[in-house]
Design a binder for this molecule. Structure first.
Ligand code: CA
Ligand code: CA
Ligand code: CA
Ligand code: CA
Length: 660
């Protein structure tokens, strides 16, 4: 978690030992070291990566014309089938090893085409002889960070609103969610997977919002009715304790939390996503959305593991989540082999989530929670918040496949000033593996090197949202206000991220087919610009704005109609450059007759901002470039614009999304 609460451990780097040379093909050196040190009978948590990869291009061909949710189902089932086939023999071996007490907690991770489990040394050695395995990786613990969800002004909902009077939490107000609700959109039935400490699904504000797996709800106890690998997973799953009860494991005792107990972080996060206000405070952005619960921190408070996190991410995609939100991450503060490998695994997983069409929002991190300051560049953004975004302006791409799956969120206060803790970019993707046990197996991303001044790494975060003094739901009922000095309103990019997840639900409600890249482009294009000009390493593209983003989502639904089809008016306009565009659009239009022709640009509230064409023009094809400059010669703000082509009473239009 990044709610100033927990971080995964820093990663140790181990030297290759002589013993590891016995299985250099498959067993990575840090796992070998762990095996060498293992006690008799000890089971080691590992992730087994399969060698075979599917022919994704051929799948895509057969999926043409599917809408986003249909495509997600097709993607998940194709990947699950592929994984099942390629893993069949290994799962058989592991089943037998499990029955003999040498393996446990075996799970197929279909997005990575991997298998996780806790295996004895002899089982690992047995598997390492196989040619269908690419690598066996030591899984990593998520350790608890005893830092508090701090607050400086307990008992007061920021924005001057006294608590516990009824009201709308300042962050929900600030991003303009109530304006969207006024139009009847509360994000109804959009499913948001909250991967965290679990959620208090009995809370007055959340109980009606929890996603229910109908097949299990109406099925037989003790039977995996929907065959998804999890028995009686009615509300989601507890991946850390491997049971069907994802109740938030956090302590409700503020004193215990202050002494280092796990706080009920997931209930707080879920409240910001979809809290209904039933208990008196409206803390949720999308009170019509459904919360799927992925619990990845164990009841013992000892921290979760990487493979539990991966399994939870898979579950969301497989079970129909539209959005996965993760207010968690682990700090990676070096470019060592283990760190790079871990980053690589997370980037691959996040890329797959993007390819499934699922939107993934992730906290930027809270700097260095030990010192209260920040890690040096480019290591301040936590992983997987350091994974590239699904969309960048064309001008920003570096090499090849430079996009990724993660919309990374920083935290701002009620004055739109960045939280002092909010992690700063840039981050880096520049693999320089040295250990051959790694170099043999891992893709080396070289697309965002940090080597200033010429190479500036990867710009992160992508957007920011309210994350300072955030009021939300308290496990057991009520809110974290006026409970006790010190743990009232919480600070953290953990609190900012669910504001964005909730906003994405509002966007998907009006346009369910938005791709992750479209969602990201709209969030960034419509954000309130903050800090230094343009997208920057503190605020990203700025603080999200719900009314503008939802309007743009709706507009893009219209713009997505095939734009080069003739309209009824006979006029036709297309954009030949990229749209969303980076401050300029090459427009081409066809006139059926000669006459006075106007090409006007309007902003989203209907004001005319520019008039690139107003003259007599002959019938036929014309081109004009609108360079994103308004009538007064100023560069227009990022956002959605409408290009209207008029001739007499005839008109046609085209939506343009401008990014500065
Ligand atoms: Ca099930
Ligand atoms: Ca059942
Ligand atoms: Ca449980
Ligand atoms: Ca800026």
């Amino acid at each position: 978690m990044v709610g100033k609460v927990k971080q995964m451990a820093l990663l140790g780097i181990f030297l290759l030992t002589a013993a590891s040379l016995a299985w250099p093909e498959v067993i990575l050196s840090d796992l070998q070291k762990r095996m060498d040190e293992a006690q008799e009978g000890e089971k080691i948590p590992v992730i087994i990566l399969m060698k075979e990869a599917p022919d994704r291009a051929s799948w895509e061909k057969s999926w043409q014309g599917l809408d986003r949710k249909e495509r997600q189902r097709a993607f998940a089932s194709a990947m699950m089938n592929f994984s099942r086939q390629t893993q069949q023999e290994i799962l058989g071996i592991l089943d037998s090893e499990q029955s003999q007490g040498r393996a446990e907690r075996i799970r197929s991770l279909f997005l990575l085409n991997a298998v996780s489990g806790r295996l004895s040394v002899s089982t690992i050695k047995l598997l390492s002889q196989r040619s269908d395995i690419k690598a066996i990786v030591l899984s990593k613990p998520i350790v608890k960070n005893p830092e508090l969800p701090g607050v400086k002004n307990p008992g007061v909902v920021e924005g001057g609103q006294e608590s516990p009077s009824k009201g709308i939490a300042w962050g929900v107000q600030k991003i303009g969610a109530p304006t969207v609700w006024a139009g009847g959109n509360h994000g109804e039935d959009v499913i948001i997977d909250v991967i965290d400490t679990g959620v208090d699904y009995n809370h007055t504000d959340l109980s009606s919002r929890v996603w229910i797996n109908q097949a299990e709800q109406n099925g037989t106890t003790g039977v995996d009715d929907d065959g998804n690998g999890y028995v009686d997973d009615i509300r989601g799953w507890d991946f850390a304790d491997n049971d069907n009860n994802p109740m938030d494991c956090g302590s409700t005792d503020p004193w215990a939390i202050m002494s280092g107990a796990t706080p009920p972080h997931g209930t707080h996060v879920a409240g910001t996503v979809a809290g209904t206000g039933a208990g008196g405070q409206q803390v949720g952005v999308a009170p019509g959305a459904k919360i799927m619960i992925g619990k990845v921190f164990p009841d013992t408070g000892n921290g979760g593991t990487l493979e539990d996190l991966l399994a939870a991410m898979d579950y969301g995609v497989a079970n129909g989540a539209d959005i996965v939100t993760m207010s968690l991450g682990f700090s990676i503060t070096d470019n060592g082999d283990t760190s790079q490998m871990l980053k690589g695994i997370m980037r691959t997983e996040c890329d797959m989530i993007r390819d499934a069409g699922v939107i993934l929002t992730v906290a930027a991190g809270n700097g260095d929670p030990q010192s209260g300051g920040h890690f040096a560049k480019p290591y301040d953004i936590a992983c997987p918040g350091d994974v590239p975004a699904p969309w960048y302006p064309k001008t920003y791409l570096h090499n090849g496949d430079s996009t990724g799956g993660v919309i990374t969120v920083g935290a701002t206060d009620s004055n739109d000033v960045i939280g002092s803790f909010s992690s700063r970019g840039p981050t880096q993707w520049y693999f320089t593996l040295t250990d051959t046990s790694y170099t043999n197996h891992f893709v080396k991303w070289q697309d965002y090197r940090y080597n200033p001044p010429s190479q500036q790494g990867l710009l992160k975060p992508d957007v920011c949202a309210p994350g300072v003094k955030i009021l939300s739901c308290k496990k057991g009922g009520g809110y974290w206000d006026a409970i006790i000095s010190g743990v009232a309103n919480w600070d953290g990019t953990s609190m900012a991220t669910p504001h964005v997840a909730g906003l994405v639900a509002l966007m998907l409600k009006v346009n369910p087919n938005l791709t992750p890249a479209q969602v990201d482009s709209i969030l960034e294009a419509t954000a309130l610009e903050l800090g230094i000009a343009g997208k920057d390493t503190v605020y990203g593209s700025g603080r999200v704005r719900a009314p503008q983003a939802v309007a743009a989502a709706q507009a893009l639904g219209v713009a997505n109609q095939p734009s080069d089809l003739p309209t009824l008016s006979g006029l036709k306009i297309v954009c030949q450059s990229s749209n969303p565009g980076f401050g300029g659009f090459d427009l081409r239009y066809d006139l059926p007759v000669s006459g006075r022709t106007q090409l006007l640009i309007f902003n989203i509230i209907g004001q005319e901002v520019a008039k690139p064409v107003d003259e007599y023009q002959a019938a036929g094809r014309h081109s004009v470039k609108w360079d994103g400059i308004d009538a007064d010669g100023r560069r227009v703000a990022s956002g959605v614009y409408l290009a209207v082509l008029k001739q007499g009473q005839k008109a046609t239009s085209l939506k343009l999304i401008n990014i500065r």
